[in-house]
Design a protein around this ligand. Structure first.
Ligand code: F6R
Length: 242
């Protein structure tokens, strides 16, 4: 089932999304949160940090598992998703560092690392609330449009255009990651609740396609139509074509 919540702008959308996560942690202090990086969740994380600083929110029993990480990047590299999470959330709240999980980009053995991550999620009892952003092409995590859906955590080759786009953040082309580890569509669908956040006019078409178009691996997020508990939180602009 899909529920749609509209905020008037990015900040309002972020406040609503943070309230959903706030409610999850309040009702289930030991919950497992699935987390995302990217530009969309930054406002949500800022709101959560504010709630924590006011003394309204306690992360001490929370566990987190992130969707994805660049292969080859260490957590101290400022382009890594581990670094992003530390900067935007983990270092500002009382989540225990050992309870925060991101795929280990430094493990060169893709099969081992992806297997370890799937096992970890299972051992934790699955994800209670999965936060997701939406790519302009319908990707979720690093699950790009393809001929089929990948179930478990896997290693993906980044597209030429993504590698080029990312190269501006690195001092040389050799340093730009060409691969990433990502949770699969199966991992994402197994989350008990999904919170998809979208912002801006640029996402309006793909939001409509995701929820009103055919379910196809060509639009990976369209599979969310089959999940029984999806909350879509967006600003007016992103929801304008739904
Ligand atoms: C991030 C991730 C990506 C982003 C997506 C949207 O961990 O897995 O799928 O959620 O690319 O990114 P933004 O929010 O920057 O539009």
């Amino acid at each position: 089932m899909l529920r749609v919540l509209e905020g008037k702008d990015y900040n309002d959308m972020s406040r609503i999304a943070a309230n959903m996560i706030f409610a999850q942690i309040t009702l289930q202090p030991g919950c497992v949160l699935g987390l995302a990086t990217g530009s969309t969740p930054i406002g949500t994380y800022n709101h959560l940090v504010e709630c924590y600083k006011k003394g309204d929110l306690d992360f001490s029993q929370v566990t987190s598992v992130n969707l994805d990480e660049y292969r080859g990047l260490n957590g101290t590299n400022d382009q890594s998703y581990r670094y992003f999470m530390n900067e935007h959330l983990f270092h500002h709240v009382n989540i225990k560092p050992e309870n925060t999980h991101v795929p280990d980009g430094t493990n060169p053995d893709a099969v081992k690392e992806c297997g370890r991550y799937d096992q970890l999620i299972e051992t934790l009892g699955g994800v209670d609330l999965q936060l997701l952003g939406l790519g302009n092409n319908g990707h979720i995590g690093f699950n790009e449009p393809d001929d089929n859906f990948e179930k478990g955590t896997h290693c993906v080759n980044l597209t030429e255009s993504t590698i080029k786009a990312n190269s501006r953040f690195f001092s040389s082309m050799e340093e730009v990651p060409t691969q990433a580890y990502t949770m699969g569509i199966g991992n994402i669908l197994q989350a008990k609740k999904i919170l998809l956040i979208v912002s801006g006019t640029a996402k309006a078409d793909i939001v409509r396609e995701t929820f009103t178009g055919p379910i196809t691996p060509r639009v990976p997020a369209s599979i969310l139509q089959l999940h029984k508990d999806v909350i879509l939180v967006g600003d007016k602009a992103a929801l304008s074509k739904l």
